[in-house]
Structure formats: C-alpha cells, structure tokens
Design a protein around this ligand. Sequence first.
Ligand code: GLP
Length: 242
Amino acid sequence: MKLKIYPDYAQMSDAAADAIIMVVKEKSNAVICLPTGNTPTLTYELLVRKSNDLGIDFSKVILIGLDEWLGISATTVGSCNHFFNEHLIKHLNFSRKNIYLFDGLTNDPEADCHKINLFIETAGGIDLMVVGIGMNGHIGFNEPGASFDEHAHVTRLHAITIEVGQKYFNTEVKLEKGITLGLRNLLESRNVIMLANGRAKAAIIRQTLEQETSTLLPSTIMQLHDNSALYIDEEAASLLTE
Ligand code: GLP
C-alpha cells in the first residue's frame, strides 16, 4: 500500500481527479467504481472541470456506484444516486447503459447484488475502485466485522453510520440497511485508492495504517492489496506515529 500525504484537501482532491483521468486515458472502456460522501466532492468537481478542459471521453467508461442506502429513493437529496447524478453523471458524457448504481428502493436487493456481481465479471473486473472511509473504518457499507470474502451484498448499518449518515439528508430519515460492493470486490480491483481528509479522520487513519489487518476494522484491508494507495491530507495524517 502506498501512502500519499498532501498539504491540504484541495491538493489531495487534485491528485485523486488526476488518478481517475489517467485510468480513463489509458483505457477508454475502463471500469471505475466510485464512492459518495463529503470526501470526494472536490475530487469530482475537479474531475469534471479537467475532463471537460482536456476533452476526456467517458462514453465507454463503465461507472459502478459503491453503495446505496436501502429504503431511500434515487431522487432524495442525500441518496447516493442523487449524489452521483448531481456531481458526476450530468456533467460528463457517460452512456446511461454503462452506469450501474444500486437502487435503494429495489424489491429484491439480493437479485440486484447478483446482477452487479455478474456485470462486473462480464465487464472484466474493476480497473479502479475509489473509496472513502467511515468514522468506524467502514468501506462502502462494509461495517466492522464484514467478511473480506464477500462481493456485493446487503448490510445492517452500524450505529455510528446511522448517526453520521443523517448529515447527507435535509430531513430526518430512517437508515437501517445498506447495499454495497463487498470487500472481495475491493481485493479483486486492479487499483484501489482510499481518500480521507480532515482532523476528524485522523484517529481512524492512524488505526487503518498502524493496526494489524482485521475484519473488525474493514479499512485495514487496504494493507492487503498490492496496488492500493491512501491519499490523505496533512490533517488526516496528523496522528500517524510511524
Ligand atoms: C458513507 C458511505 C461511504 C463513504 C463514507 C465516508 O456512509 N457509505 O461510502 O465513503 O461514509 O463519508 P464522508 O466522505 O462523508 O466522510
């Protein structure tokens, strides 16, 4: 795992946007899996700006959404679908048929998981997976205790995730379950980038890097991947001792 520490959030985001662009430039039909959340918003703003300036073509790129809140509609502000539409999809020339986002209102989440697993396999695997990190070390909705051996699946949300998750919504919502790519998907991706910024993430970043790999702290899975990189700013790095 590579560790890249940037002076601030803007420079971390700039590097992340460049990394995504590089993958798309190298492979026009790249399969990229992206996260939502506050962390990647500037990355996406820069990705959109740079891609439009450079004329990067996303028409063949396959976009996979990392996760979604179950029970929340795609049009609800705060849903991952809404986020992807607002921050990425409407600004870049993706083809609708190449976009796979989990449906929070699906009647059959298990079937959806099966579909996405098959879709990824048929597309030849994920070239680049970008993830954030939850305050409890979760990745996507792989909460503490999640198996490293699962593909897309439904999860019961951890109390911290439910509490923190309210920040994305305008009104109080009932958050109980999520649908997410699994940690096995992460291990099988050709490249993985984890993003974290700000002082609030410093403690969990320290644990991620300095604790032994354990399913109790899903983010430690980054240590097991040969082509993984952690992009963090100095604030998120501020508690590192080694
Ligand atoms: C959310 C999402 C994750 C996201 C993480 C961090 O609950 N399920 O995919 O990466 O928590 O979010 P933020 O970037 O807002 O801190």
